[in-house]
Design a protein around this ligand. Structure first.
Ligand SMILES: Cc1cc2nc3c(=O)[nH]c(=O)nc-3n(C[C@H](O)[C@H](O)[C@H](O)COP(=O)(O)OP(=O)(O)OC[C@H]3O[C@@H](n4cnc5c(N)ncnc54)[C@H](O)[C@@H]3O)c2cc1C
Length: 312
C-alpha cells in the first residue's frame, strides 16, 4: 500500500464516521483530528459498532430507518471468546504417552478426550459458563516451525481456551462488568495447564514464565465487540449473502461512500484476506466501473483457462 503512495497510521482510534448530506466524507479520531476522504471510507470493524457506536443516529436513520433496529435484533453474538495463555518454555512439549513426534507440534493441536468434550467447550460459553471442569483447548508452539522466535533452544507456546465473555450471574462485576478478575483468570489457567500436562507431562517443569489474558482483556486489546474475533458469529444464518445482514452483504452500505469489510463480511473470520480483496473490488467498481469490470472478466477467464488446462 505504501509503495503505491498510501499512508498507514496506527494507534488512531476512530470515534466518528463523518457524514455530510448522506455521504461518508471522513473520520474523526480520538483527540479530535479529522481525516477527510477523497473517494470513500472503508471500515474493517463489525457492522454493529460501525453503525451503532461510531455514527450519529440520525445519519443512519436517514439512510435506512430500519437498519439500527435490525442490527440490534438480527446479529447474533453467542458470547464465546478465548482465554489466552502464553508461555515461555525451556523445552518443547512431549506427548509421551501418545507416540510423540516433533512433527505433531507443527500446526495447532486440539486437546480433547472426546467429541462430547468439544461440544461442551463450545456450548457452555453461550450460557455464560466456563467449560473448565475438564478443559479442551487448542495449543500452538510457533517456535517448532520458526526457532528464531525464541532464544536458542527455548520455545513459545500459546493456548486458546474457549470461554464466555460475560460470565453468568456475574454481570456488573469484574473487568468491564464481565465477571472476569485476575484471580479467576489464573484459576482457570491453572486448570487448563493441569489438563495439558496430562497429555504433555514435561509442561509444568518447562514453563519459564506465563501470561494469561482473560476474555475481557483480549476483547479490549483486539478492539472486538465482546471479544468476538470473528466480529459476528460464523453461524449459518450469518454467512455468505446474509453476512452481516442481506442489506450490507455486498461490502456497500446504505451510506454513499461508506464500505464495510473485515471478518463480519463474507467469507468471514480467519486470516484469508478475502473480505478485504472483495471489498476492494466493490470499491473499485464504484470508482471506475468499466475498467474494473473488464479487469475482473480478464482475471476470471485466465483463472478458468488455467484450471482447465492446469497452467500454474
Ligand atoms: C487468539 C486467537 C487466535 C486465532 N488464531 C487464528 C488462526 O490460527 N488462524 C486464523 O485464520 N484465524 C485465527 N484467529 C482469528 C483471526 O485472527 C481473525 O478472524 C482476523 O484477525 C479478523 O481479521 P480482520 O482484519 O477482519 O479484523 P481484526 O483483526 O479484528 O482487525 C480489526 C482492527 O480494527 C481495529 N479497530 C477496532 N476498532 C477501531 C476503531 N474505533 N478505530 C480504529 N481501529 C479500530 C482493531 O484494533 C483491529 O486492529 C485467531 C484469533 C484469536 C483471537
Amino acid at each position: 500500500m505504501q509503495s503505491l503512495g498510501g499512508k498507514v497510521l496506527t494507534d488512531q482510534r476512530v470515534e466518528n464516521v463523518l457524514i455530510d448530506d448522506g455521504r461518508a466524507v471522513g473520520v474523526r479520531v480520538a483527540g479530535g483530528v479529522e481525516y477527510r476522504a477523497n473517494c470513500g471510507v472503508i471500515s474493517n470493524i463489525d457492522a454493529k459498532r460501525l453503525f451503532l457506536h461510531l455514527m450519529d443516529k440520525s445519519d443512519v436513520d436517514d439512510a435506512d430507518p430500519n437498519l439500527r433496529e435490525r442490527l440490534e435484533r438480527r446479529i447474533v453474538n453467542n458470547n464465546e471468546t478465548i482465554l489466552k495463555i502464553d508461555c515461555a518454555l525451556s523445552e518443547p512439549l512431549r506427548f509421551e504417552q501418545y507416540d510423540h513426534q516433533d512433527d505433531y507440534l507443527i500446526g495447532s493441536v486440539l486437546i480433547a478426550d472426546s467429541v462430547k468434550q468439544v461440544e461442551i467447550a463450545h456450548s457452555e460459553p453461550s450460557i455464560g459458563r466456563i467449560p473448565d471442569a475438564d478443559p479442551s483447548m487448542y495449543v500452538v508452539m510457533p517456535t517448532m516451525l520458526d526457532p528464531s522466535m525464541a532464544p536458542d533452544g527455548k520455545h513459545t507456546l500459546w493456548i486458546e481456551f474457549f470461554a464466555p465473555y460475560q460470565i453468568e450471574n456475574a454481570e456488573g462485576t469484574g473487568l468491564y462488568g464481565t465477571g472476569w478478575t485476575d484471580e479467576l483468570k489464573h484459576k482457570v489457567a491453572d486448570r487448563v495447564i493441569d489438563k495439558l500436562a496430562d497429555y504433555a507431562p514435561n509442561l509444568k517443569n518447562a514453563i519459564i514464565a506465563r501470561r494469561v489474558e482473560s476474555p475481557a482483556e483480549l476483547g479490549a486489546r483486539l478492539g472486538a465487540l465482546k471479544g468476538n474475533y470473528y466480529h459476528i458469529d460464523m453461524s449459518l444464518e450469518q454467512m455468505v449473502f446474509f453476512r452481516p445482514l442481506p442489506e450490507l452483504a455486498n461490502y456497500k452500505t446504505p451510506i454513499e461512500g461508506l464500505f464495510l469489510s473485515g471478518a463480519g463480511t463474507h467469507p468471514g473470520g480467519s486470516i484469508s484476506g478475502m473480505p478485504g480483496r472483495n471489498c476492494a473490488r466493490a470499491f473499485l467498481h464504484t470508482q471506475r466501473p468499466i475498467a474494473q469490470t473488464w479487469k475482473d472478466a480478464q482475471e476470471s477467464l485466465k483463472s478458468t483457462v488455467g484450471s482447465v488446462f492446469r497452467i500454474p
